[in-house]
Design a protein around this ligand. Sequence first.
Ligand code: ANZ
Ligand code: ZN
Length: 803
Amino acid sequence: ATPYNHKEIEKKWRHNWDVTPINKDTTKPKYYCLDMFPYPSGSGLHVGHWRGYVISDVWSRYKMLHGYHIIHPMGWDAFGLPAENYAIKMKTHPAISTAANIANIKRQINEIASLYDWDMEVNTTDPKFYKWTQWIFVQMFKKGLAYEKEMPINWCPSCKTGLANEEVVNGCCERCGAEVTKKNLKQWMLKITAYADRLLADLDKLDWPEKVKKMQADWIGKSYGAEVDFKLENSDEKITVYTTRPDTLYGATFMVLAPEHAMAKALATDETRADVEEYIQMAANKSSVDRLQGKEKTGVFTGSYAINPLNGAKVPIWLSDYVLADYGTGAIMCVPAHDDRDFAFATKFNIPIIQVIAKDGKEIENMTEAYTEAVGTMINSGEWNGMESSVLKKEAPHIIEEKGFGRATVNYKLRDWVFSRQRYWGEPIPIVHCPDCGAVPVPEDQLPLLLPDVESYEPTGTGESPLAAIDEWVNTTCPCCGKPAKRETNTMPQWAGSSWYFLRYIDNKNDKELVSREKADKYLPVDMYIGGVEHAVLHLLYSRFYTKFLHDIGVVDFDEPFKKLFNQGMITGKNGIKMSKSKGNVVSPDDLVRDYGCDSLRLYEMFVGPPELDSEWDERGIDGVYRFITRFWKLAVDSIEANVEPTKEMIKLRHQMVHTITRRLEDFSLNTVVSGFMEFNNKFIELAKKEGGIDKETIQTFVTLLAPFAPHIGEELWERLGNTGSVFENNKWPEADEELMKDDEIQVPVQINGKTKVVISVPADISKDDAIAQGKEALGDKLTGNIVKEIYVPGRIINIVAK
Ligand code: ANZ
Ligand code: ZN
């Protein structure tokens, strides 16, 4: 038989697919399988990038075998810093380096033999694409969802640009890791908070990993509580605090304001003024890392007191940076007995601690830590004594409301999205600033507003983008009144294009609409989205927000973009180290494709480990996969030649294989699918030795199951089995018949010392251990004495020798 020759086979099928493309029948029901599109970086793809693309291609081809027309597009998320930094260094326009990178990565991606339909390609930096990114911004502006605000924003001193909250990870820039500082800037903001409730509630609709849904829910951070007004002592002014634990109001022994709180300075007395001002200054200079992670609590007493509205107690007012200015009201009532941070603060500054919840009815003598659960009986709480804390927690906001010193409130951690970047390589924000008319959007028929060429791409660091230096671009006329006006010079964040690109693929040449409603209804939304977990909050939250907005203005009729989500783990180098050029541990797929073939590399990418987990790349592992492929190939071509009749055993194994492989695929356990192929291959090879080959139908079934993983071999053997066309279009995913899967049962007598006691029914191919175990179980009490020998004559007799 012809030996396996990956070069020949792969070349042949690449050519055939070019000449007669598959997956073109748009009358079939659609299935949209989307990859998170790549940033076209200069270093190309390594085997880690392949993983996600292979997963999505296996899944697409699997769905194709179920009769779907697969929407499987690819494109480029090409605005952003790496291209811009390269431009600064090399003085090449980012568009030029980006185009070169795209060409290279596209070549590499084609090596994967994915079903990508390049007619659908999009590139976020193409004016024909970003016209619509700008158009969406204008629509948001018209609906009041894009607005300008001057405020202290997160500023990355190294990237020299403002950042959204989502881009700050533990106080550091998500991209470069530098400590983020604050800078007061006038910013464009997107009112994502208007969608907070829907973004939270609709998580229920999604077939996404629970982990990701929880991360989004936590980020949105909805909490129920109360605002409580505390009057100042000797004054009519009041300070409002936000609390999720109004049940603990009797235990509030002090109050803390964020140093940025509007009243912070005014609360100082003559004695405290110097210290208060110094503290405010110090807090302003601290980076957010220090503020968040500084273990030691710091603070200053203002000298003023507030009155607890419930019991009239006098509580000292402090300033401390553990209270955030932009959450709740920027002021809190402090209950050291039941909150960890308050406990640490009170202990440090010798403030009284009053316990108001007793876990088992008893007051603790000397508290050594806060009791933070809302479980137990209220004590030291006046008329609330004896109530259950969890019940009171829910009722207190309403009691407070009735008493007139506060109200029930809902709070969100989610903040509006800071949408301006002071960098060059991004979509210009399509706004003109007119002295008379204010901010006016660029008229829609003038979009796209092209990104002009600049001489220097260097960020200025002053809070202005390099565009501000181009006078002839900046100076324009007001679209409203025609008077001289100036263009907005900030650009959009990198997330702008990726928040909606998946809608554009299916109608990427439409210059009248972002996407036609007809195509949107036919092809959208995305059925399966595959990509890394690092986007759990940022990109996935922004895309959901954009989709809801586009739904609300009638562009699409669904309000969640991605029905199902799968996050693949990373492929790492030795010892779990991330693959990167700088670590010198990058494995390039190019050589592996040459030596082993695309099919083997695809199989190994799936075999390397559970797809949702990080897995270490082991160069030798691909040998094992290659060996499997060559052995299966030989089995298949020999069997086709031998053309034997199916035996019962072949049919049984065939159905068991279909059952096993299908179940594992549906569970997305792609690594065990590949090990399943190997196991069944071994069984069939054994059987073929006995029977002179395996019947064609069984071989064809195996070929069909294997085809999504190894499409070239799939097509080649499908053809050698005497079929025409593509296996993906002309065959169906096989179904397992439960009846035929069953092992044959045989009747075996069970003996004690050679005398038959019972007859049991066992699978024909039962192992010795299982046969003896079942035999002994059937004997039960009949078996006495010490067992000296256990005998199983396969298929004939189980004999236990006992004395
Ligand atoms: C009194 C209290 C007693 C609190 C107690 C907790 C436990 P979430 O769930 O995150 O919304 N808080 C309110 N505003 C804050 C701010 N700007 N900076 C820092 N902390 C703030 O938590 C709300 C709780 O966090 C509020 O409830 C408040 O402390 C604090 F036994 O009020 B609590
Ligand atoms: Zn004007």
